[in-house]
Design a protein around this ligand. Structure first.
Ligand code: ZN
Length: 410
Protein backbone atom coordinates (compact mmCIF):
# COMPACT_ATOMS: atom_id res chain seq x y z
CA UNK A 1 0.00 0.00 0.00
CA UNK A 2 1.27 3.47 -0.92
CA UNK A 3 0.22 6.67 0.82
CA UNK A 4 0.15 10.26 -0.54
CA UNK A 5 -0.54 13.37 1.53
CA UNK A 6 -1.50 16.46 -0.52
CA UNK A 7 -1.13 19.50 1.73
CA UNK A 8 -2.60 22.78 0.38
CA UNK A 9 -1.02 25.12 2.94
CA UNK A 10 -3.41 27.79 4.22
CA UNK A 11 -5.97 26.92 1.50
CA UNK A 12 -9.26 27.17 3.46
CA UNK A 13 -10.68 30.68 3.77
CA UNK A 14 -13.76 32.84 4.52
CA UNK A 15 -16.57 34.02 2.17
CA UNK A 16 -15.35 37.13 0.28
CA UNK A 17 -17.44 39.97 -1.19
CA UNK A 18 -15.00 40.19 -4.13
CA UNK A 19 -15.90 36.54 -4.89
CA UNK A 20 -19.63 37.09 -4.62
CA UNK A 21 -19.72 35.80 -1.04
CA UNK A 22 -17.84 32.62 -1.94
CA UNK A 23 -14.59 31.29 -0.51
CA UNK A 24 -11.67 30.71 -2.91
CA UNK A 25 -12.32 26.94 -2.67
CA UNK A 26 -15.97 27.56 -3.67
CA UNK A 27 -15.08 30.04 -6.43
CA UNK A 28 -12.28 27.99 -7.99
CA UNK A 29 -12.80 25.23 -10.62
CA UNK A 30 -11.76 22.06 -8.72
CA UNK A 31 -12.99 18.93 -10.55
CA UNK A 32 -10.30 16.68 -9.02
CA UNK A 33 -10.78 17.82 -5.42
CA UNK A 34 -14.56 17.49 -5.80
CA UNK A 35 -14.20 13.96 -7.17
CA UNK A 36 -12.07 13.05 -4.17
CA UNK A 37 -14.70 14.52 -1.82
CA UNK A 38 -17.55 12.58 -3.51
CA UNK A 39 -15.64 9.28 -3.52
CA UNK A 40 -13.73 9.64 -0.25
CA UNK A 41 -13.86 6.84 2.34
CA UNK A 42 -13.79 9.67 4.90
CA UNK A 43 -14.59 13.35 4.27
CA UNK A 44 -14.97 15.99 6.94
CA UNK A 45 -13.34 18.66 9.09
CA UNK A 46 -10.23 18.35 11.25
CA UNK A 47 -8.73 20.52 13.99
CA UNK A 48 -5.04 20.84 13.10
CA UNK A 49 -4.03 23.61 15.51
CA UNK A 50 -4.62 22.83 19.21
CA UNK A 51 -6.11 25.90 20.93
CA UNK A 52 -3.11 26.52 23.28
CA UNK A 53 -0.66 26.77 20.35
CA UNK A 54 -0.12 29.58 17.80
CA UNK A 55 -1.78 29.01 14.37
CA UNK A 56 1.07 28.45 11.91
CA UNK A 57 2.69 26.05 9.48
CA UNK A 58 5.07 24.80 12.17
CA UNK A 59 2.29 23.46 14.42
CA UNK A 60 0.12 22.58 11.40
CA UNK A 61 2.66 20.49 9.52
CA UNK A 62 3.68 18.56 12.64
CA UNK A 63 0.00 17.63 12.88
CA UNK A 64 -0.22 16.67 9.18
CA UNK A 65 2.75 14.28 9.62
CA UNK A 66 1.16 12.64 12.64
CA UNK A 67 3.16 14.31 15.46
CA UNK A 68 1.09 15.62 18.39
CA UNK A 69 2.21 19.27 18.50
CA UNK A 70 1.27 19.48 22.17
CA UNK A 71 4.14 17.05 22.75
CA UNK A 72 6.67 17.94 20.06
CA UNK A 73 6.31 21.66 19.25
CA UNK A 74 9.35 23.72 20.42
CA UNK A 75 9.06 26.76 18.17
CA UNK A 76 9.27 27.51 14.43
CA UNK A 77 12.86 28.45 13.74
CA UNK A 78 14.52 25.31 15.21
CA UNK A 79 12.68 23.37 12.51
CA UNK A 80 14.04 25.71 9.85
CA UNK A 81 17.51 25.36 11.35
CA UNK A 82 17.22 21.60 10.78
CA UNK A 83 16.45 22.25 7.12
CA UNK A 84 19.50 24.38 6.48
CA UNK A 85 21.61 21.88 8.39
CA UNK A 86 22.50 24.09 11.37
CA UNK A 87 23.36 21.85 14.34
CA UNK A 88 21.82 23.11 17.62
CA UNK A 89 23.27 22.67 21.08
CA UNK A 90 21.29 22.40 24.31
CA UNK A 91 21.87 26.10 25.05
CA UNK A 92 21.04 27.36 21.56
CA UNK A 93 17.91 29.41 20.98
CA UNK A 94 17.08 30.09 17.35
CA UNK A 95 15.06 32.92 15.83
CA UNK A 96 13.54 33.36 12.38
CA UNK A 97 15.14 36.41 10.73
CA UNK A 98 12.86 37.89 8.08
CA UNK A 99 14.01 40.49 5.60
CA UNK A 100 11.16 43.00 5.59
CA UNK A 101 10.19 46.35 4.07
CA UNK A 102 9.44 49.08 6.62
CA UNK A 103 7.83 52.37 5.58
CA UNK A 104 8.14 55.67 7.43
CA UNK A 105 4.94 57.45 8.53
CA UNK A 106 5.19 60.53 10.77
CA UNK A 107 8.48 59.26 12.19
CA UNK A 108 6.97 55.84 12.89
CA UNK A 109 8.15 52.65 11.18
CA UNK A 110 5.30 50.68 9.56
CA UNK A 111 5.45 46.97 8.55
CA UNK A 112 4.85 47.47 4.81
CA UNK A 113 5.89 44.02 3.53
CA UNK A 114 6.79 40.96 5.69
CA UNK A 115 8.63 39.41 2.70
CA UNK A 116 10.55 42.39 1.24
CA UNK A 117 8.64 41.80 -1.98
CA UNK A 118 9.41 38.05 -2.02
CA UNK A 119 13.08 38.94 -2.44
CA UNK A 120 15.08 36.31 -4.33
CA UNK A 121 17.32 33.89 -2.45
CA UNK A 122 20.43 35.19 -4.26
CA UNK A 123 19.72 38.87 -3.45
CA UNK A 124 18.88 37.98 0.16
CA UNK A 125 22.08 35.98 0.55
CA UNK A 126 24.17 39.00 -0.42
CA UNK A 127 22.35 41.08 2.19
CA UNK A 128 22.57 38.48 4.97
CA UNK A 129 26.32 38.08 4.42
CA UNK A 130 26.74 41.86 4.80
CA UNK A 131 24.56 41.86 7.93
CA UNK A 132 26.71 39.06 9.38
CA UNK A 133 29.72 41.42 9.17
CA UNK A 134 27.85 44.36 10.71
CA UNK A 135 25.68 42.70 13.35
CA UNK A 136 27.28 39.48 14.65
CA UNK A 137 28.67 39.53 18.17
CA UNK A 138 29.63 36.95 20.81
CA UNK A 139 26.92 34.24 20.95
CA UNK A 140 24.99 35.42 17.85
CA UNK A 141 25.29 33.83 14.38
CA UNK A 142 23.23 34.55 11.24
CA UNK A 143 22.56 31.88 8.61
CA UNK A 144 21.19 32.65 5.11
CA UNK A 145 18.04 30.70 4.08
CA UNK A 146 15.49 30.92 1.24
CA UNK A 147 13.95 34.14 -0.14
CA UNK A 148 13.02 36.34 2.87
CA UNK A 149 13.38 33.57 5.52
CA UNK A 150 16.72 33.43 7.41
CA UNK A 151 18.03 32.29 10.79
CA UNK A 152 19.72 33.70 13.87
CA UNK A 153 21.23 31.38 16.50
CA UNK A 154 21.59 32.85 19.99
CA UNK A 155 23.77 30.67 22.17
CA UNK A 156 22.73 30.87 25.83
CA UNK A 157 19.63 32.78 24.71
CA UNK A 158 16.26 33.24 26.39
CA UNK A 159 13.51 31.26 24.62
CA UNK A 160 10.84 32.88 26.79
CA UNK A 161 11.11 36.29 25.11
CA UNK A 162 7.97 37.54 23.38
CA UNK A 163 8.04 38.13 19.62
CA UNK A 164 5.47 38.76 16.85
CA UNK A 165 5.24 37.26 13.33
CA UNK A 166 5.65 40.14 10.81
CA UNK A 167 2.79 38.83 8.65
CA UNK A 168 0.52 39.44 11.65
CA UNK A 169 1.24 43.19 11.69
CA UNK A 170 1.05 44.14 8.00
CA UNK A 171 0.37 47.88 7.75
CA UNK A 172 0.90 48.46 11.48
CA UNK A 173 3.50 50.55 13.37
CA UNK A 174 6.17 48.16 14.62
CA UNK A 175 6.91 49.92 17.93
CA UNK A 176 4.42 47.89 19.96
CA UNK A 177 5.56 44.56 18.47
CA UNK A 178 9.35 44.48 18.82
CA UNK A 179 10.81 41.61 20.89
CA UNK A 180 10.43 41.97 24.69
CA UNK A 181 11.81 40.05 27.69
CA UNK A 182 15.24 39.38 29.17
CA UNK A 183 17.93 39.84 26.50
CA UNK A 184 15.53 41.31 23.92
CA UNK A 185 17.37 44.63 24.03
CA UNK A 186 20.24 43.04 22.08
CA UNK A 187 17.81 41.84 19.40
CA UNK A 188 16.23 45.29 19.14
CA UNK A 189 19.63 46.88 18.80
CA UNK A 190 20.32 44.50 15.90
CA UNK A 191 17.01 45.37 14.22
CA UNK A 192 17.84 49.09 14.54
CA UNK A 193 21.39 48.65 13.28
CA UNK A 194 20.22 46.54 10.31
CA UNK A 195 18.21 49.53 9.08
CA UNK A 196 21.37 51.64 8.95
CA UNK A 197 23.33 48.91 7.15
CA UNK A 198 20.55 48.41 4.61
CA UNK A 199 20.05 52.10 3.80
CA UNK A 200 21.43 52.57 0.24
CA UNK A 201 22.48 48.87 0.05
CA UNK A 202 23.32 48.03 -3.62
CA UNK A 203 20.75 45.20 -3.70
CA UNK A 204 18.04 47.60 -2.57
CA UNK A 205 19.09 50.23 -5.11
CA UNK A 206 18.70 47.58 -7.83
CA UNK A 207 15.31 46.41 -6.49
CA UNK A 208 14.00 49.97 -6.24
CA UNK A 209 15.11 50.59 -9.84
CA UNK A 210 13.08 47.50 -10.82
CA UNK A 211 10.04 48.79 -8.89
CA UNK A 212 10.36 46.05 -6.24
CA UNK A 213 10.16 46.40 -2.44
CA UNK A 214 13.62 46.78 -0.84
CA UNK A 215 14.79 44.90 2.29
CA UNK A 216 15.05 47.81 4.73
CA UNK A 217 15.29 45.84 7.99
CA UNK A 218 15.48 42.45 9.65
CA UNK A 219 12.63 41.22 11.86
CA UNK A 220 13.27 38.59 14.56
CA UNK A 221 10.56 36.14 15.80
CA UNK A 222 9.58 32.45 16.07
CA UNK A 223 12.12 31.56 18.74
CA UNK A 224 12.66 28.04 20.01
CA UNK A 225 15.03 25.23 20.98
CA UNK A 226 16.03 21.99 19.24
CA UNK A 227 13.00 19.68 18.79
CA UNK A 228 13.16 16.08 20.14
CA UNK A 229 11.04 14.07 17.68
CA UNK A 230 11.15 10.26 17.35
CA UNK A 231 11.75 9.11 13.74
CA UNK A 232 8.55 8.77 11.67
CA UNK A 233 9.38 5.11 10.99
CA UNK A 234 9.57 4.47 14.75
CA UNK A 235 6.14 6.04 15.25
CA UNK A 236 4.30 4.52 12.25
CA UNK A 237 6.48 1.69 10.96
CA UNK A 238 6.58 3.34 7.52
CA UNK A 239 9.29 5.02 5.45
CA UNK A 240 8.52 8.30 3.76
CA UNK A 241 9.52 11.38 1.76
CA UNK A 242 8.69 15.10 1.93
CA UNK A 243 8.45 17.46 -1.06
CA UNK A 244 8.39 21.17 -0.22
CA UNK A 245 10.08 24.43 -1.17
CA UNK A 246 9.78 25.75 2.36
CA UNK A 247 12.59 25.37 4.91
CA UNK A 248 10.15 24.88 7.77
CA UNK A 249 8.50 21.83 6.19
CA UNK A 250 11.83 20.42 5.01
CA UNK A 251 13.09 20.90 8.56
CA UNK A 252 10.21 18.89 10.01
CA UNK A 253 11.04 16.21 7.43
CA UNK A 254 14.67 16.17 8.57
CA UNK A 255 13.71 16.01 12.26
CA UNK A 256 11.34 13.10 11.49
CA UNK A 257 14.14 11.32 9.60
CA UNK A 258 12.04 11.34 6.41
CA UNK A 259 13.64 11.63 2.97
CA UNK A 260 13.60 15.36 2.07
CA UNK A 261 13.66 15.73 -1.72
CA UNK A 262 14.72 18.99 -3.41
CA UNK A 263 12.82 19.69 -6.63
CA UNK A 264 14.38 22.09 -9.17
CA UNK A 265 12.21 25.16 -9.68
CA UNK A 266 10.25 24.75 -6.43
CA UNK A 267 9.75 28.30 -5.18
CA UNK A 268 6.96 28.29 -2.61
CA UNK A 269 4.93 30.70 -4.73
CA UNK A 270 2.70 30.81 -7.84
CA UNK A 271 5.69 30.28 -10.17
CA UNK A 272 6.65 26.96 -8.57
CA UNK A 273 7.31 23.68 -10.42
CA UNK A 274 4.05 21.88 -9.52
CA UNK A 275 4.51 19.09 -12.07
CA UNK A 276 8.08 18.42 -10.94
CA UNK A 277 6.98 18.18 -7.31
CA UNK A 278 4.37 15.53 -8.20
CA UNK A 279 6.73 13.54 -10.40
CA UNK A 280 9.55 13.47 -7.82
CA UNK A 281 7.03 12.42 -5.15
CA UNK A 282 5.56 9.57 -7.19
CA UNK A 283 9.04 8.37 -8.16
CA UNK A 284 10.04 8.29 -4.48
CA UNK A 285 7.14 5.90 -3.82
CA UNK A 286 9.08 3.28 -5.76
CA UNK A 287 11.28 3.11 -2.63
CA UNK A 288 9.27 4.50 0.30
CA UNK A 289 5.77 3.87 1.65
CA UNK A 290 4.47 7.41 2.01
CA UNK A 291 5.07 10.84 0.50
CA UNK A 292 3.86 14.33 1.44
CA UNK A 293 3.59 17.03 -1.24
CA UNK A 294 3.44 20.47 0.40
CA UNK A 295 2.12 23.41 -1.66
CA UNK A 296 2.86 26.90 -0.28
CA UNK A 297 1.29 29.19 -2.90
CA UNK A 298 -2.19 28.75 -1.36
CA UNK A 299 -0.82 30.21 1.90
CA UNK A 300 1.33 32.99 0.42
CA UNK A 301 -1.60 34.30 -1.65
CA UNK A 302 -3.65 34.40 1.57
CA UNK A 303 -0.97 36.55 3.21
CA UNK A 304 -0.74 38.78 0.13
CA UNK A 305 -4.52 39.23 0.43
CA UNK A 306 -5.52 39.01 -3.25
CA UNK A 307 -8.57 36.77 -3.88
CA UNK A 308 -7.92 36.25 -7.59
CA UNK A 309 -4.37 35.05 -6.85
CA UNK A 310 -5.63 32.59 -4.22
CA UNK A 311 -8.27 31.25 -6.64
CA UNK A 312 -5.46 30.70 -9.16
CA UNK A 313 -3.37 28.91 -6.50
CA UNK A 314 -6.33 26.65 -5.64
CA UNK A 315 -6.95 25.85 -9.34
CA UNK A 316 -3.23 25.09 -9.81
CA UNK A 317 -3.34 22.81 -6.76
CA UNK A 318 -6.39 21.01 -8.18
CA UNK A 319 -5.24 20.66 -11.78
CA UNK A 320 -1.43 20.52 -11.63
CA UNK A 321 -1.09 18.59 -8.34
CA UNK A 322 -4.24 16.63 -7.38
CA UNK A 323 -5.19 15.77 -10.98
CA UNK A 324 -1.63 14.76 -11.84
CA UNK A 325 -1.41 12.55 -8.72
CA UNK A 326 -4.75 10.86 -9.43
CA UNK A 327 -3.35 9.95 -12.87
CA UNK A 328 0.23 9.06 -11.88
CA UNK A 329 -0.59 7.07 -8.74
CA UNK A 330 -2.30 4.38 -10.86
CA UNK A 331 1.13 2.83 -11.45
CA UNK A 332 0.73 1.50 -7.89
CA UNK A 333 -2.15 -0.95 -7.44
CA UNK A 334 -3.01 -0.13 -3.84
CA UNK A 335 -2.90 3.42 -2.64
CA UNK A 336 -4.56 5.92 -0.31
CA UNK A 337 -4.57 9.70 -0.66
CA UNK A 338 -5.11 12.25 2.14
CA UNK A 339 -5.95 15.78 1.02
CA UNK A 340 -5.89 18.43 3.74
CA UNK A 341 -4.41 21.76 4.91
CA UNK A 342 -2.42 22.73 7.97
CA UNK A 343 -4.60 25.79 8.82
CA UNK A 344 -6.69 28.42 7.00
CA UNK A 345 -5.03 31.69 5.83
CA UNK A 346 -8.07 33.87 5.24
CA UNK A 347 -7.71 36.69 2.74
CA UNK A 348 -9.76 39.04 4.96
CA UNK A 349 -7.23 38.61 7.81
CA UNK A 350 -4.07 37.95 5.70
CA UNK A 351 -2.77 35.66 8.42
CA UNK A 352 -3.30 32.19 9.93
CA UNK A 353 -6.25 31.16 12.12
CA UNK A 354 -6.81 27.96 14.15
CA UNK A 355 -10.22 27.14 12.63
CA UNK A 356 -10.78 23.50 11.51
CA UNK A 357 -10.02 22.61 7.88
CA UNK A 358 -11.53 20.20 5.34
CA UNK A 359 -9.88 16.80 4.75
CA UNK A 360 -10.61 13.78 2.57
CA UNK A 361 -9.20 10.26 2.51
CA UNK A 362 -9.50 8.55 -0.90
CA UNK A 363 -8.72 4.86 -1.35
CA UNK A 364 -8.07 2.63 -4.36
CA UNK A 365 -9.87 -0.12 -2.42
CA UNK A 366 -13.21 1.65 -3.04
CA UNK A 367 -13.34 4.48 -5.56
CA UNK A 368 -17.14 4.52 -5.82
CA UNK A 369 -19.19 7.68 -5.27
CA UNK A 370 -20.21 7.82 -1.59
CA UNK A 371 -22.13 11.11 -1.65
CA UNK A 372 -22.82 12.91 -4.90
CA UNK A 373 -23.55 16.22 -3.19
CA UNK A 374 -20.10 16.53 -1.62
CA UNK A 375 -17.62 19.06 -3.00
CA UNK A 376 -14.22 19.96 -1.53
CA UNK A 377 -15.21 23.15 0.28
CA UNK A 378 -15.39 24.38 3.86
CA UNK A 379 -19.21 24.31 3.90
CA UNK A 380 -19.59 20.83 2.36
CA UNK A 381 -16.95 19.31 4.67
CA UNK A 382 -18.68 20.84 7.70
CA UNK A 383 -21.99 19.39 6.51
CA UNK A 384 -20.50 15.87 6.40
CA UNK A 385 -20.72 15.53 10.22
CA UNK A 386 -17.25 14.04 10.39
CA UNK A 387 -15.03 15.98 12.81
CA UNK A 388 -11.56 14.94 13.98
CA UNK A 389 -10.67 16.95 17.09
CA UNK A 390 -6.99 15.94 17.28
CA UNK A 391 -5.57 16.33 13.78
CA UNK A 392 -2.38 14.32 14.36
CA UNK A 393 -4.55 11.18 14.59
CA UNK A 394 -5.46 11.52 10.87
CA UNK A 395 -2.13 9.95 9.87
CA UNK A 396 -3.13 6.84 11.81
CA UNK A 397 -6.55 6.91 10.10
CA UNK A 398 -4.90 7.16 6.67
CA UNK A 399 -2.43 4.33 7.29
CA UNK A 400 -4.45 2.20 9.67
CA UNK A 401 -1.40 2.31 11.96
CA UNK A 402 -1.71 3.42 15.55
CA UNK A 403 1.44 5.26 16.70
CA UNK A 404 4.00 2.76 17.99
CA UNK A 405 6.10 5.11 20.06
CA UNK A 406 4.65 7.39 22.70
CA UNK A 407 2.75 10.21 21.02
CA UNK A 408 1.22 10.68 24.45
CA UNK A 409 2.04 13.62 26.72
CA UNK A 410 5.30 13.04 28.65
ZN1 ZN B 1 0.84 27.02 6.72
Amino acid sequence: MKYVILQGDGMPDHPLPELGGKTPLEAARTPNLDRIARCAVTFGMVKTIPDPLPPGSDVGNLTVLGYDPMVYYTGRSPLEAASIGVPLGEKDVTLRCNLVTLAENDGEAIMEDYSAGHITTEEAREIILDLKKGLEEEGFTFYPGVSYRHLLVWTGGNKDIHTTPPHDISGKAIGAYVPTGAGAEILNRMIEKSREILKDHPVNKKRLAEGKNPATSIWLWGQGTAPKMPPFEELYGLTGSVISAVDLVKGIGHCAKLRVIDVPGATGYLDTNYEGKVDYALDSLEEVDLTMIHIESTDETGHVGKAELKVQAVEDFDGRVVGRVLEGIKRFRDYRILVMSDHPTPIDLRTHVNEPVPFAIYSSEDESVKNDSFVYTEKSAAASDVYVSEGWRLLGMLTGKETRGSNERR
